[in-house]
Design a binder for this molecule. Structure first.
Ligand code: DGL
Length: 286
């Protein structure tokens, strides 16, 4: 499938026709909100967030399934006038973004390389990566670090219990702390100095993660680095326009239950969101 899109945006604040540039951001569910909250500060674009909650967790899906979801979601974004796509999901960034490169005529931003850059800025050479099963097994982070910094020791820990816990809003429960300990202890045994949150759901567990990892381990959330990269292409409003433009010019859509998403998202973000729309995903377009 190939999409042909005429880009009319010319770098001015409002492109011809008065339609403000829109960027589509997607994830399997709530995780991409950790990217969205950074992005709304770094770009003036209108944002459209899609949580594919009928297919969460992406970490348990196959490459073919994830690629099918990608094309369906990009199709949805194009009908909404989006002119760029941010894959706010490590799993799809690892398994899908490299395969669709050159096949989409609007920019597609993935998170893997930005995460590696962000880690290399602070690490002394021993890196732990917490990730979904699919991301860990894809080898994407292992390869990206080997290419960017071959001397860095990288230990990737798959953490399949975490996404369902975040989706359930369980960010401080005993169950969540137990699961985190199970995943972080083996990384601490490797004497890591930096821990990469290699799934966009994990920044919502950052407090507990930092506590368990201890003060000697730097925690890296790659969302700000990705938001900076997107913002360089689609810059932010001037400071005096920021409050108005960035407050919440976002449409939220999900493929599952909108109310469940809204309630848990508000709990995680500690702010009120506008009404959430429903978009049916067939999940069959591979
Ligand atoms: N938040 C996504 C990621 O960064 C997807 C997690 C999932 O649904 O398993 O990988």
């Amino acid at each position: 499938m190939r999409f042909w899109v005429v880009l009319t945006y010319d770098g001015e604040n409002t492109p011809p026709g008065g339609i403000v540039l829109a960027i589509g951001i997607y994830d399997s569910g709530l995780g991409g909100l950790s990217v969205w909250r950074e992005l709304r500060r770094s770009t003036k674009a209108r944002l459209l967030y899609f949580g594919d909650t009928s297919h969460v967790p992406y970490g348990e899906k196959t490459q073919a399934q994830l690629e099918g979801y990608f094309w369906e979601i990009v199709g949805f974004f194009l009908t909404k006038g989006c002119q760029a796509v941010v894959v706010a999901c490590n799993t799809s960034s690892a398994l899908v973004v490299p395969r669709v490169a050159g096949k989409v005529d609007i920019p597609v931003f993935g998170i893997i390389e930005r995460a590696v850059d962000a880690v290399l800025e602070v690490s002394d050479g021993r890196v732990g990566v917490l990730a979904t099963r699919a991301t860990a097994e894809s080898g994407a982070y292992q390869r990206a670090f080997a290419e960017a910094a071959p001397d860095t020791k990288v230990f990737v820990q798959s953490a399949p219990k975490l996404v369902p816990l975040v989706e359930a809003g369980e960010i401080n429960s005993d169950l969540t702390r137990q699961a985190l300990k199970e995943y972080i202890d083996p990384l601490l045994a490797e004497n890591i100095d930096t821990l990469l949150l290699g799934c966009t759901h994990y920044p919502f567990l950052r407090e507990s993660i930092a506590e368990l990892a201890g003060p000697a381990v730097r925690i890296v959330d790659p969302a700000p680095a990705l938001a900076v990269q997107v913002g360089e292409m689609f810059p932010a409003w001037q400071a005096d326009q920021l409050g108005k433009a960035a407050s919440c010019d976002t449409q939220f859509w999900v493929s599952g239950d909108p109310q469940t998403f809204k309630t848990t998202a508000e709990l995680l973000l500690k702010e009120e969101l506008p009404a959430v729309g429903f978009y049916h995903m067939s999940g069959e377009k591979v």
